[in-house]
Design a protein around this ligand. Structure first.
Ligand code: C2O
Ligand code: CU
Length: 479
């Protein structure tokens, strides 16, 4: 009897071991080293292109800077601090500020001007960086901890220098522990004006939408915010969504035009009424309107800007303005029908281990972080990417480039070229996008729901011949 009991126990243990062994193996396989280079991460995906382009042409990320020293046209010093943020509602939170405020100062520059931003970390204990979201900066200025620089520790300074090549609405934010530092306030707006400045006929407003501890604000203010505008004024409102999910923006009291998406002008945008605009997480939408005698409002899914006399708020229009068919076609400047590389970026979700932790994790083409595809390109390649979500809403953001939307779920884009750097991909949707690889470096291509990114929804666009000397881990935590 004792013997058979022992046999049963042994059999039970063997059964457990048979079950546990693969689990232990999966756990073990999911562990990441204490520090690693993104260049060694995952599996290279050549997208049907050459394995090596210009092997003689090697360059390291830190050398991909703005050439020449020149005197800056715009010079800003930003001091990052652990600080108390007080909202006008009386609410207080322990957050992070730049020069004592959140959002930080609006930075304005003209196309081609040399912008120099000195970031001093006074008291952000995890270290910090600044990423210029949407700007085609040289790679070494991209501000991603562990990919394009080391996080700036307390007491240190990092200087960013770049010449923004295109006018439009951008923003900047920390790319070190970004899923915490962005919501906690290390953010600000960057407006790049055309050469010679804005046309003086238009009132130019920034509307940076950010939630502090669950309270949605515009430029740090809550509720209904009166702005200085009089009937007859033409106004451009630059809506910036710094959150993790899409927001709706619409105009009460008058028709409007969607003048730009993600810093690219819409070609011949028509005037619309009864439409709302979806602003992707990380994305921007510039709304243009003329203030009527009775006043107008720009509604931002909670707070609103009141232009002219106080006019009644209107409910969100049911119909959404669809950029796929909005505006008129214009040349792209390249032929997306003859790509050099084609990639898939299919986002699923499955139970597994990531970094030794069990959970339901995001997958990219079936693979889990850090074993995700590394999208390899060579300079001048025309690149096509098919992005699919088979899981949640994913606002997909590519650093250093702008992509043009070719189709959604097989329906071709027939309006203005729809250029994006942040694209809202809803569950079940497939977008075909294309871009020209014209900015060598190592570039993040990730979900801008920063919580998802921290859970491993991160891949990279990597140019052949680029060496990455920085390492993830050891103080660098980009997500
Ligand atoms: Cu707005 Cu990778 O960032
Ligand atoms: Cu996501």
């Amino acid at each position: 009897m004792w013997g058979s009991r022992r046999r049963r126990i042994v059999a039970g243990l063997t059964g457990c071991a048979l079950l546990l062994a693969p689990l232990a193996w999966m756990w073990q396989a999911s562990l990441v080293p204490r520090s690693y280079s993104v260049a060694e991460m995952g599996t290279p995906d050549l997208g049907g292109g050459a394995a090596h382009a210009h092997p003689d042409h090697r360059v390291a990320v830190p050398d991909l800077t703005e050439p020449g020293d020149g005197t800056p046209d715009v010079r800003v010093r930003l001091i990052a601090r652990s600080d108390t943020i007080r909202l006008d509602s009386g609410q207080e939170m322990h957050g992070l500020t730049l020069n004592g405020t959140s959002p930080g100062p609006v930075i304005r520059a003209e196309v081609g001007q040399l912008v120099e931003v000195e970031l001093f970390n006074e008291s952000v204990t995890d270290g910090t960086t600044l990423h210029w979201h949407g700007v085609e900066v040289p790679n070494a200025m991209d501000g991603v901890a562990g990919v394009t620089q080391d996080a700036v520790p307390v007491g240190s300074t990092f200087t960013y220098r770049f010449r923004p090549p295109r006018a439009g609405t951008y923003w900047y934010h920390s790319h070190q522990v970004s899923h915490e530092q962005v919501p906690r306030g290390l953010i600000g707006a960057l407006v790049v004006e055309p050469r010679g400045g804005l046309d003086s006929e238009t009132t130019d407003l920034v509307a940076l939408v950010h939630s502090y501890g669950g309270t949605r604000t515009v430029n740090g203010a809550t509720g209904e915010i009166p702005v200085d505008a009089t009937p007859g004024d033409r106004v451009r409102v630059r809506v910036i969504n710094t959150g993790n999910g899409p927001i709706s923006a619409w105009v009460s009291g008058t028709p409007f035009r969607l003048a730009a998406i993600d810093a690219s002008d819409v070609h011949r945008p028509e005037t619309v009424t009864d439409r709302h605009v979806q602003v992707t997480a990380g994305g921007r939408a510039d709304l243009e309107l003329v203030v009527p005698a009775s006043g107008a409002r720009v509604e931002l899914s909670g707070p609103s800007l009141v232009l002219g006399p106080d006019s009644p708020a209107e409910r969100r229009p049911e119909a959404r303005l669809d950029p796929l068919t909005y505006g008129e076609p214009a040349p792209l400047g390249f032929d997306p029908e003859r790509p050099d590389r084609r990639f898939d970026y299919a986002i699923g979700r499955r139970p597994a281990f990531v970094r030794g932790r069990p959970g339901l994790w995001w997958s990219i083409n079936g693979h889990l972080y850090p074993d995700v595809p590394m999208f390899m390109v060579a300079e001048k390649d025309v690149v096509r990417v098919s992005i699919t979500s088979r899981s949640d809403v994913h606002p997909m953001h590519l650093h250093g480039h702008r992509m043009v939307v070719l189709s959604r779920d097989g329906q071709p884009a027939t309006g203005s070229p729809w250029w994006v750097d942040s694209l809202n991909v809803a569950p079940g949707e497939t977008y075909e996008v294309a871009f020209v690889a014209d900015n060598p470096g190592a570039w993040m291509f990730h979900c801008h729901h920063l919580g998802h990114a921290a859970e491993g929804l991160v891949a990279h666009l990597m140019y052949h011949g680029v060496a990455v000397p920085y390492r993830i881990g050891d103080g660098n935590v980009p997500e």
